[in-house]
Design a protein around this ligand. Structure first.
Ligand code: B12
Length: 462
């Protein structure tokens, strides 16, 4: 069959989050292996929207159009999908990815023309749905289907999956800012070594896509992929995008030992962040020797009260110790914080800002809380706040759509600006952050992104 994979456009924001769509490359690989003809249209790279986008899709002449979307893509994608439905009356339109996995059958409210919604990892369910189109496989909801009791599905045995179809998205084409912004060498490529996360942080919906059970790819396969990326695509930096790369320390250590033995001309980072309590001396020295030059981590809050409420399962004193441990290995720390988590007060946010300033981390990102559907905090916000009827227009951190009760969106945005300024407008930290962030190909995009982050999306209630 002729299959087109569509990755939606993300205009604005100074070229952010323009990462090769690894999930779609996995789907591309299984579909090609099963004999289908696959085209990937990644509109984050093609930089087209509206009629131009529609023309490209129509020209690819799909029998099945597979659309991937984050919730933040929905607002722009909604009108496009309804036009595609009209101009491609015979094609089957399928939706998968984070939005579908998180909102499940409610995705039909956003996209009435979609024929099927896929929940979770779909390498197996797409093949089953193509082979037996009458009966929806596990993890799939067909439009108009009476019984909607299926649940997110995961691939149990990751060794059964082929290497992602990198020829559909050659890394050389991806010149935008990667996840985590910090980059030393181009081209870079994201890879997955494990899937799943057993933690229960209340703001996160990752489990809706990859589940709570950690599954590993055999390291031989992971390294086959890395060697392909380095030797055939000239990749110089690998970004491990796992939910929780260091959860199984012995696996992470073995990964590093292989890297040291192979000694390929490639650097590594884990831009989703690793859990700080998973690190130890041995792992950090192996990571450094293997080619890590920064350690990203999700600290989230500098208030122990808030860390407890979001079930982060760690404390500020443990976090401080881990930061010292990372620094003792000569590695800088890039830290993610969330401002405006449910129940937070201005005082908690001030604690977070102060923690960031005094913890010694070299880079800090302060995002406003996003009510991610499917996460406990997201669902409790969305129960009383309808975002579907507005097409999820405000679902973007720059808009601070879900401030805590004690603050308005405007006040939260002001605190976010204050956080960035209080952190970066100090001579030492500014110099260290610039040194870490400087890359001749991406530095100006980072500056542009900073501006759009702080001053974009200004529709707030005062
Ligand atoms: C790495 C990552 C990113 C990276 C890279 C993603 C990429 N291009 O591959 C980047 C930096 C782009 C990113 C950005 C964001 N992310 Co993110 N990200 C992740 C993370 C940690 C891993 C993604 C991954 O590789 N998953 C594993 C692969 C196998 O899954 P997949 O790519 O989704 O693809 C599989 C299935 O979804 C499905 N599938 C996907 N598309 C389709 C299409 C069809 C038709 C079908 C049938 C199936 C299908 O099959 C694929 C193969 O199994 C996830 C957490 C998670 N566990 O998924 C969060 C996650 C997806 N991100 C999340 C969020 C909130 C964001 C941001 C909004 C963050 C921000 N504040 O800016 C942005 C949004 C992107 C944007 N519009 O700018 C949320 C998504 C919630 C939502 N409902 O949208 C998640 C779930 C994390 C969380 N905290 O809850 N992210």
């Amino acid at each position: 069959m002729r299959i087109t994979l569509l990755y939606p456009p993300r205009p604005g924001g100074g070229g952010t989050n323009l990462v090769p769509p690894v999930g779609l490359l996995y789907l591309g690989a299984v579909l090609e292996k099963a004999g289908h003809q696959v085209v990937l249209l990644d509109f984050t790279q093609l930089e087209k929207t509206g009629n131009d986008l529609v023309k490209d899709v129509v020209n690819s002449d799909p029998e099945v159009l597979m659309i991937s979307a984050f919730t933040s893509d929905v607002f722009l994608l909604k009108p496009i999908v309804s036009i595609l439905g009209e101009v491609l009356p015979k094609a089957r339109l399928w939706l998968g990815g984070p939005h579908a996995s998180c909102v499940e059958e409610k995705a039909f409210l956003d996209f009435p023309r979609i024929d099927a919604v896929f929940l979770g990892e779909a390498e197996e369910s797409v093949l089953e749905a193509l082979e037996f189109p009458e009966v929806p496989p596990a993890g799939v909801i067909y439009s108009g289907q009476e019984l909607k009791s299926t649940r997110s599905r995961q691939v149990e045995d990751l060794s059964s999956l082929p290497i992602p179809a990198w020829h559909l998205a050659p890394p050389e084409q991806y010149r935008g800012l990667p996840n985590g912004v910090v980059l030393k060498r181009l081209p870079y490529a994201p890879i997955l070594t494990t899937r799943g996360c057993p933690y229960r942080c209340t703001f996160c919906a990752g489990f809706k896509v990859t589940g709570r059970k950690i599954r590993h790819r055999p390291l031989s396969q992971v390294w086959e992929e890395i060697e392909l990326l380095v030797n055939d695509y000239g990749v110089e930096e690998i970004h491990i995008e796992d939910d929780n790369f260091t959860f199984d320390r012995s696996y992470a250590k073995e990964f590093c030992e292989i890297a040291i033995r192979k000694n390929l001309p490639v650097l590594f980072s884990t831009p989703n962040g690793v859990r700080l309590d998973a690190l130890d001396d041995e792992l950090l020295s192996l990571m450094k020797e293997a080619g890590w030059y920064v350690v990203h981590c999700g600290i989230e809050s500098g208030s122990d009260r808030v860390l407890k409420r979001i079930q982060k399962a760690t404390t500020t004193s443990e976090i401080k110790k881990s930061i010292e441990l990372i620094h003792s290995h000569g590695l800088p720390v890039a830290a993610y914080f969330i401002l405006g988590l449910p129940g937070e007060t201005e005082k908690d946010i001030e604690k977070t800002i102060e923690f960031a300033r005094t913890s010694g981390v070299e880079w800090a990102q302060f995002a406003c809380f996003l009510p991610i559907p499917g996460s406990p905090d997201g669902d409790s916000f969305l129960k009383d706040n309808d975002m579907v009827s507005t097409g999820w227009e405000a679902f973007h951190n720059a808009k601070c759509p879900a401030p805590p009760v004690s603050l308005t969106a405007y006040e939260l945005k002001k605190l976010q600006r204050r956080a960035f300024m209080r952190f970066y407008l100090r001579p030492g930290p500014m110099f260290r952050a610039t040194a870490l962030l400087f890359h001749r190909d991406t530095f100006f995009r980072i500056i542009k992104r900073g501006f759009s982050y702080l001053f974009g999306g200004r529709q707030h209630n005062r």
